[in-house]
Ligand binder design. Structure first.
Ligand code: ATP
Ligand code: MG
Length: 437
């Protein structure tokens, strides 16, 4: 693939000023320049500034190798194997510095520089090259815009400025080849389309459904990272819908997709859509969101189905059935998306509490309310009611009432609960006579 001559836009015409960059990123650019290297800001930050969005982070690209970068910056960490790059650390902020990538064809195969699978997937992408080659190796044209610290121009190698104006997500080069090199680009296309309010161009959209299964070749840990980006960027509900439209979702959460297909009254879709809608609202209000809640909700119906089967077929008691089902559902899901333990622990807590929230007498309500995931479990209960589990409405209303009271009020409420005549008198097991059986 040979890209046409770049469009070079001078400072007077692109309207980007250095004030819009993070001061640390500017520092990195000048340090590299002073050491005699080329350095550019590239990718999301330039794209976002041109679209009037505040960039999430600043990525730098240079012709210095990772080892050369390490020599220039004391606060530098080299990371990655598939794609080696440098992190320059400034307290909370990390500036990512990549070395320009080149083509793979003329480098020896099967080494730690360049490696591809039989499907054309790049397993190592550490062949260095020129800025022109680097631009060709980027995913979408809108992501191949470079800001030069040398002459303050914006260089557009792949028609990114036109794509921004047309609001189009467009892969650079032949879409099928580019998806085969890295199937995660299919997820990125969805994420950028919703984040930037753009359309995926027809040529870039067309191969996705057919190639979706290539996601099976991506390490589950990388898919987890992508899922977090898809679910925590304030556009989770739209991402979920688009992922399903393209047939991508079932390669991330097959059991959930199956539950949606098997569902007869629409509960699963209502539940997940509402969960993502709530997530988006919280993110956009800058409130905290716990990924444990999201994964608990995505796997809730598969979990329940599995637990019910165990109760019916294997005569397990509720808690045992749910414990066995949690292990099964989580380990099955981890084959696709590796959710780290700190989040699966949270998901288990939320699920366990669903089984316990009706045990409120005596000190129990108070003790439940002290559980670390109580608040999440209560929100989960509200969500279930909102999406159609009417039989839980009374319980949810009770907890809402409880949480709205002071300590004495809470005690009074529990007292009325304790004094309420039991609906069914408890049947005691008849005492066995000592010498019976
Ligand atoms: P954001 O940070 O808002 O998610 P971004 O475009 O900065 O968006 P990053 O994942 O930070 O995305 O990547 C930075 C740049 O690296 C991208 O703009 C793109 O040019 C390039 N890039 C990232 N991932 C890939 C990929 N899988 N294939 C090709 N190029 C990629
Ligand atoms: Mg970025």
């Amino acid at each position: 693939m040979i890209l046409p001559e770049p469009v070079v836009v001078p400072r007077s015409e692109h309207g980007i000023s250095r004030k819009q960059f993070s001061p640390n990123a500017v520092k990195v650019l000048y340090r590299l320049k002073d050491a005699g290297f080329e350095a550019y800001l590239v990718g999301g930050c330039i794209r976002d500034i041109l679209l009037g969005i505040e960039p999430k982070d600043f990525d730098v690209v240079t012709n210095a190798t990772p080892e050369e970068i390490k020599r220039i910056f004391r606060n530098c960490r080299l990371i990655g194997r598939r794609f080696r790059l440098a992190h320059i650390v400034f307290g909370q902020e990390i500036i990512e510095v990549a070395t320009m990538r080149g083509h793979h064809s003329d480098s020896p195969k099967g080494n730690n520089i360049s490696q591809a699978s039989d499907e054309g997937q790049l397993l190592r992408d550490n062949v260095y090259g020129t800025i022109e080659e680097d631009a060709e190796r980027r995913d979408f044209s809108i992501n191949a815009l470079y800001y030069s610290i040398d002459d303050f121009t914006v260089r557009d190698y792949a028609g990114g400025l036109a794509a921004i104006n047309a609001r189009q997500i467009d892969l650079i080069g032949d879409p099928e080849t580019r998806y085969r090199e890295d199937p995660v680009r299919m997820l990125r296309a969805v994420r950028f389309a919703t984040k930037l309010n753009m359309q995926i161009s027809p040529a870039t959209a067309k191969p996705i459904t057919q190639l979706a299964e290539l996601l099976d070749n991506i390490p589950p840990a990388r898919l987890f990272e992508e899922c977090l980006k898809l679910f925590l960027n304030g556009k989770a509900q739209e991402n979920f819908t688009l992922l399903r439209e393209f047939g991508l979702f079932k390669y991330l959460f097959p059991a959930t997709e199956q539950a949606i297909i098997d569902d007869t009254d629409g509960f699963v879709l209502r539940f997940i859509n509402q969960m993502f809608a709530n997530t988006d609202t919280r993110i956009n209000e800058e409130k905290k969101v716990t990924p444990a809640f999201i994964f608990a909700a995505l796997l809730w119906v598969p979990l329940r189905k599995h637990a019910e089967q165990l109760m019916q077929n294997d005569n397990l008691f509720v808690h045992d059935a749910y414990n066995v089902a949690m292990n099964a559902v989580l380990s099955d899901s981890a084959k696709k998306v590796a959710v780290p333990k700190r989040f699966t622990i949270g998901a288990r807590d939320i699920w366990h509490l669903q089984l316990r929230l009706d045990k409120r007498s005596g000190q129990r309500a108070y003790r439940l309310s002290l559980q670390p995931k109580f608040r999440a479990a209560y929100d989960f209960l509200l969500l279930r009611v909102e999406c159609g589990e009417q039989e839980l409405a009374e319980l949810a209303a009770w907890w809402t009432n409880y949480l709205g009271r002071d300590v004495n009020g809470q005690k009074d409420l529990v007292k009325t609960l304790d004094e309420r005549p039991a609906r069914r008198p408890r049947r005691r097991k008849p005492k066995r006579k000592p010498n019976q059986s």
